[in-house]
Design a protein around this ligand. Sequence first.
Ligand code: 1CP
Length: 380
Amino acid sequence: MGIKLWINSDFLVKGCYSQALLQHLTIYTNIYLVIENLMTSSPLLNALAGKKSSRPPLWMMRQAGRYLAEYRAVRQSQSDFISFCLNSEKACEVTLQPIQRFDFDAAIIFSDILMIPWALDRNVHFIPGTGPKLTPWTIDIPLDNTLLDKISTRLAPIGKTVQLTRSKLAAEKALIGFAGAPWTVITYMIEGGSSRDFTDTRQWLWFHPKKFEALLDYVTEATIHFLVVQARAGADVLMLFDSWANAVPAERREQIVVAPIRRIIRALRKLGLKQPVIGFPKGIGEGIINYAEEAEIDALAIDHMTDAAWVNKILPKNMPVQGNLDPLSLLVGGSKMTKSIDHILDSFKDRPHIFNLGHGITPPTPICNVERMVQWVRKS
Ligand code: 1CP
């Protein structure tokens, strides 16, 4: 629908009053609809709906975080990280900070993938300089379904953050809710924190396949509850972070990486929740071909280890992609960074694309390099 269409309307030359009035009304209705559309259309939602644009919308994974002085200032006022995530006012404040500073096209709600283990009573703590610590999940722990029933109540403060943030965010900025993919969350539960090789979790796959399957189902159900809270509170988009999908043996990917995502998305759709879902199966290389086909996601987030030109060749033509600048290129900046940005923009120029990093931004990143990245992507 274009402006010319209504201006060219010939109601003035027609003598019939009522017809002219009718057309007049139509014109005003059309103008209203177009203005409303202009006011609410979100570049990020457009890309997720499969629309191409001359400049891709952009945001950054982990955009609210320690590289920002204003984040560190708020963080200081809250010693316990979980309480910080559950404090809707403060979580909303830090969610909005990167939008205020860089005018990104999307905000991602400030929370953590470990809120699910926390809600499942896993005694989650974040130790400064060390990372998360949880009471490790052992083979003999029974799966308590009454805890699943409590997830929505326990994580309700995050729904409140979503609501509050949406009310403060401009209409054209999309708000992203998220959860960890079940596998990634389970690695933290079994290892009791971060891990380099996920030895205990991977051993479960071989020694206790039935128990592992039951735990996977359990965490998948918990994830559905968590995403429903965020979707019902007003999140426009949902993202599932499978940060450690690389550690899953290739022949088990369908069961562990792909099927749980499909199950989560089907459950959301069954509840009438239509938010587009971005899947991020980090580090699975050629596995993205099957993931893109089978997981029923709306868009695929690509890590920086995967070449954008190859991704463009192998994925279905109109599938939206997100990514995939190496976060460490933002440490060096300059022409090394812009050359890398150009490769990504050029590779994805013929498909719906959301510019992003291939993983989270790191704390030592200079702000001026983020600014340069934003300018460079927007001038393209
Ligand atoms: O004290 C601090 O400020 C701790 C740093 C921090 C932050 C800023 C943690 C601890 N979590 C978060 C917020 C967070 N985490 C967000 C919202 C902020 C934003 O993106 O703007 C998101 C989306 C996450 C997701 C998250 N948490 C992931 C998946 C994405 C990824 O980076 O791979 C993972 C794996 C976590 C676990 C986690 N949270 C925090 C730490 C230190 C860790 C462990 C990371 C590891 O094992 O390497």
